[in-house]
Design a protein around this ligand. Structure first.
Ligand code: 5CU
Length: 382
């Protein structure tokens, strides 16, 4: 992808360390890992949209369903999810110099309050250890025990801040259970901001299953992944904006997955709806000191470049500026279906080609491919 004097950095690249896979293997409700007859790899079943297929597979096994064998739910849990060696091979295959690893969704959202602190500590230690094996090539976004009491979450932020190659935290959109506009979450945002840890915001829950209609099973994972994920991010950040979270924590920095969902495209409409809202006017929230969504996008938001097309990427560049965009791959998700997984991945080349096509100059493209991440995430310190 790049020449060696210009670093290529992947800021959106996940792993499930072996300890996390063991937790998923022990579960009976999503997220879970299960083996199915006829499937060479165990299956990773994550999304609410996959539950109907999981239920049909269970019914077929019990002999309750005499129709043709149902499709196997989930996605194959290949070596790409848990093997560090495989991550390095993927990086080498695609010319990626540095990866900023993160635990994939749904992080620790399902872990009970009593054990979440310990599980987070152990998973974060595993990430720190992986990074220490490849100094200069690997950094990570830590995971927080958000189901635990606030004191445990704050202690976890202190812990990860001290881990040498931790460069931020990955968060989903549920926060402490009430979303990211929950005032109870403000101390967490204040603590990560004070610790200079950007938040990598990533979706998991999408939209309610019934939005996809009665034929959803015919469409594989396309609707929840292509539309549910980006809408979830868009809604979460818009709620934060409307609740004044960015004003309350001006040092907060967020890196939004999938180029901010649809936020760059919809920012104008959000602004117009704010300006024309009688309720906000009556509450005195439309005064001259108000920061617009554009202000927030260009000062507190970074976007990854995981949008697979120059059309969406141009909107992202226009919304935040070329100096706030960072290349990513979403590995190990979206492997090639018709070619060797050990070779090049089309999901990667689509994103790299979008950067070349959408950025106005080679210097801007290089910044998006790596220099922005090196600067923003301080990828030059030990
Ligand atoms: O394919 C998928 O389900 C996913 C997922 O769960 N998380 C992600 O980051 N990308 C794709």
């Amino acid at each position: 992808l790049g020449t060696k004097e210009k670093k290529v950095v992947d800021v959106h690249t996940h792993m499930y360390p072996p300890e996390y896979v063991r937790i998923l293997e022990s579960r009976t409700t999503i997220p879970l890992v299960r083996s199915f007859p006829g499937a060479p790899d165990p299956r990773l079943i994550l999304l609410q949209a996959e539950v109907p297929l999981l239920d049909s597979a269970a019914a077929a096994k019990l002999g309750q369903d005499t129709a043709a064998a149902p499709a196997i739910p989930g996605r194959p849990l290949t070596r790409h999810y848990a093997s560090l060696e495989q991550k390095l091979h993927f990086m080498d295959t695609h010319g990626i110099d540095i990866s900023v690893l993160s635990l994939a969704n749904p992080w620790l959202d399902f872990v009970d309050a009593a054990s979440a602190g310990d599980v987070a500590q152990s998973i974060n230690a595993e990430f720190a250890h992986m990074c220490s094996q490849h100094p200069g090539r690997l950094y990570f976004f830590a995971t927080l025990p958000l189901t635990a009491p606030l004191a445990t979450v704050l202690a976890s932020i202190k812990h990860v801040q001290a881990l040498p190659r931790c460069r931020g935290v990955i968060l989903g959109t549920s926060g402490l259970g009430q979303g990211l506009d929950d005032p109870a979450l403000l101390p967490v945002f204040a603590a990560v901001a004070a610790a200079r840890l950007p938040v990598f915001l990533h979706p998991h829950y999408g939209l309610p299953n019934d939005v996809w209609g009665p034929r959803a099973a015919e469409y594989g994972h396309v609707l929840p992944l292509a539309l549910g994920f980006p809408m979830e991010t868009t809604i979460a950040v818009t709620r934060m904006f409307l609740a004044g979270v960015f004003d309350a924590v001006p040092a907060l920095r967020m890196l939004l997955a999938h180029s901010g969902g649809t936020l760059p495209f919809l920012a104008g409409r959000i602004e117009s709806c704010v300006l024309h809202d009688g309720h906000l006017l009556r509450e005195g929230r439309l005064g001259p000191a108000r920061r617009t969504v554009w202000d927030v996008l260009s000062t507190q938001i970074y976007l990854d470049a995981v949008v697979y097309s120059p059309v969406g990427l141009r909107a992202a560049v226009d919304a935040t500026g070329a100096d706030r965009l960072m290349f990513g791959t979403d590995h190990p998700f979206f492997p090639p279906l018709a070619s060797d997984e050990q070779g090049p991945w089309e999901s990667v080349s689509l994103n790299a080609a979008a950067v070349s096509a959408a950025l106005a100059s080679a210097a801007d493209a290089d910044a998006v491919m790596g220099a922005n991440a090196v600067r923003v995430l301080r990828l030059y310190e030990g």
